[in-house]
Write a protein that binds this ligand. Structure first.
Ligand code: SAM
Length: 218
């Protein structure tokens, strides 16, 4: 079992990572501080732990990845998280992104499609003492049972914006989702102004693992 030890060396590497993210354009000090606070190496397999503070995605098993820190920071910044926001994350993966949202004061609901990842991450977050609502299932349909949400974050590349996600947002809510083909996607921010008006903003391209399920890739 991985030793959960956070040393000065790790903190120094996180400081350098935060500096790099700032240089790459991340502006929210709250987001940067959450990334500084959270030991990313805790979320790594012991064989890869020395790479934890590189600005890269890494395998977490089941053919999935922990997202690149820049991507985590970019998506989190777009979400404009306020303490108390009820946030649905689609694609729990390692639990790193969900924990960043938790540090920012969100009430986090997160859903994962790969059962082994769901079970492993649930055990791990319990060990870390992080309170989060974890679910196993197809997040391309959102999580109707606990809707509506202030914010929804999709951490896998979708072929389309699933209707269910727009429906499950509160008026004034924000959906951040990468949409495109299987290899690259444009980051979209959809703001649901009212039940009938949604404003769409488009950002840079990213490369996510595919969103699977009913409104995902087959
Ligand atoms: N947020 C994660 C983290 O912090 O480690 C990284 C997510 S990884 C890039 C994308 C995740 O989305 C994978 O764990 C994958 O299994 C999951 N996924 C893909 N399709 C899904 C679906 N329909 N519902 C829920 N999760 C899904």
């Amino acid at each position: 079992m991985l030793k959960l030890e956070d040393t000065y060396l790790h903190k120094g590497k996180r400081k350098a990572l935060v500096r790099l993210l700032r240089e790459k354009g991340i502006q929210s000090e709250r987001v940067l501080d959450a990334i500084y606070q959270l030991p990313r190496h805790f979320f790594f397999d012991s064989a890869l732990v020395s790479h934890a503070y590189e600005d890269k995605a890494f395998p977490i098993g089941e053919g999935q990845t922990i997202s690149q820190p820049y991507t985590v920071a970019f998506q989190t910044e777009l979400l404009e998280i306020k303490p108390g926001d009820k946030v649905l994350e689609i694609g729990t993966g390692s639990g790193y992104q969900g924990t960043i949202l938790h540090i920012l004061g969100a009430e986090v609901y997160t859903i994962e499609y790969q059962k082994k990842l769901y079970e492993g991450t649930k055990r791990f977050l319990k060990r870390l003492g992080i309170e989060m609502n974890l679910f196993y299932g197809d997040g391309s349909q959102g999580l109707q049972e606990y809707a509506p949400y202030d914010k929804i974050l999709v951490t896998a590349g979708a072929p389309v914006v699933p209707n269910a996600l727009i429906k499950q947002l509160k008026p004034g809510g924000i959906l951040v989702i990468p949409v495109g083909d299987r290899s690259t996607q444009k980051m979209l921010k959809l703001t649901k102004k009212t039940n009938t008006q949604v404003i769409k903003e488009e950002f840079d391209s990213f490369a996510f693992v595919p969103l699977l399920g009913k409104d995902g890739w087959k």
